[in-house]
Write a protein that binds this ligand. Structure first.
Ligand code: PMP
Length: 290
């Protein structure tokens, strides 16, 4: 049985229970992070923990654990559950209290985490995936990684019903982001992605891909683009911590490029994988020598 972690203790998953009065359950009053596990090691977890701190701060929630404590818990979950490729999910809610919209006084945060396996280096979607276009009906603070995600639940369900792997969300025809990913196009040799604002999540993978592109001398333009421009682009792809870089080869019925993963997308994915292998390989070597 899987080992999870709840409020400071490692517990079997069937003993990991939270209160029905937890505000994460009542209001979606919580934040979360997802970091990849690659070669059995955490990937860029430090960056995810910086974003966690920011999400907590924006919602005036106290931070219950230091980044060092989280790293230890996250790596232990990956190791104890024998995750070679996969992810660690963690969540912090404002805690449990009698139901009242405003913050209750003297409330203790609820924190939990678990790990699971997922194919990353040989993700079948690396052959190309379809996205389904939906209006972005979310709130005005999409920069906060909140667990209140009903809009994405509906968007991704609509995508599934349309036979697509991901939702492509737009506002008045301008792409915001994917249901749980950032969206990119390649046009005339340059990458385009929407600039950071409260309209999108500042993806950790987005940041890393900007660095990878720089190393490969591929220009990056942080500028919004329309759904029509994505359809007409040379290439289109998405990024997220547990997808890495995946080619979008169809936008609903429209084929992007020639319908196969494009060469720039492939270079970025390969560059991303090489960096991941380097980072997790190094940390594994470090821990063996410790
Ligand atoms: N946008 C949204 C709405 C997301 O949910 C995610 C995944 N958490 C991303 C972008 C990608 O962020 P990251 O690269 O940090 O996983």
């Amino acid at each position: 049985m899987r080992t999870c972690w709840l409020n400071g203790s490692f517990v079997p998953e069937d003993e990991a229970h939270v209160s029905i009065f937890d505000r994460g359950l009542l209001f979606g009053d919580g934040v979360y992070e997802v970091a990849a596990v690659f070669q059995g090691r955490l990937l860029d977890a430090d960056r995810h923990l910086v974003r966690l701190e920011r999400s907590l701060r924006e919602l005036a929630m106290p931070s219950p654990y230091t980044a060092a404590a989280w790293l230890e818990v996250m790596q232990a979950l990956a190791t104890q559950n024998r995750i070679d490729e996969g992810l660690v999910y963690l969540q912090v809610t404002r805690g449990a209290a009698e139901r009242d919209f405003a913050f209750p006084a003297a409330i203790k945060p609820t924190a939990f985490a678990y790990a699971r396996s997922k194919r990353l280096s040989d993700d079948p979607a690396a052959a190309g995936l379809t996205v389904h276009v939906v209006p972005d009906i979310r709130w005005g603070r999409c920069d906060i990684k909140s667990t209140a995600m009903l809009a994405q639940v509906l968007a991704k369900q609509a995508a599934r019903e349309a036979g697509a792997a991901e939702a492509l969300m737009h506002e008045d025809g301008v792409v915001t982001e994917g249901g749980s990913s950032n969206i990119w196009i390649a046009q005339d040799g340059a990458l385009h992605t929407r600039p950071l604002s409260s309209d999108i999540l500042a993806g950790i993978t987005r940041d890393v891909v900007i660095e990878v592109a720089r190393e490969l001398n591929i220009p990056v333009v942080e500028r919004a683009f329309t759904v029509d421009q994505a359809i007409a682009a040379d290439e289109c792809f998405l990024t997220s911590a547990t997808s890495f870089v995946l080619p979008i080869t169809r936008i609903d019925a429209a084929v992007v490029g020639n319908g196969a993963p494009g060469p720039i997308t492939q270079r970025i994915r390969d560059g991303y994988l090489a960096r991941a292998a380097r980072l997790t390989g190094d940390s594994a070597a470090l821990s063996r020598s410790a």
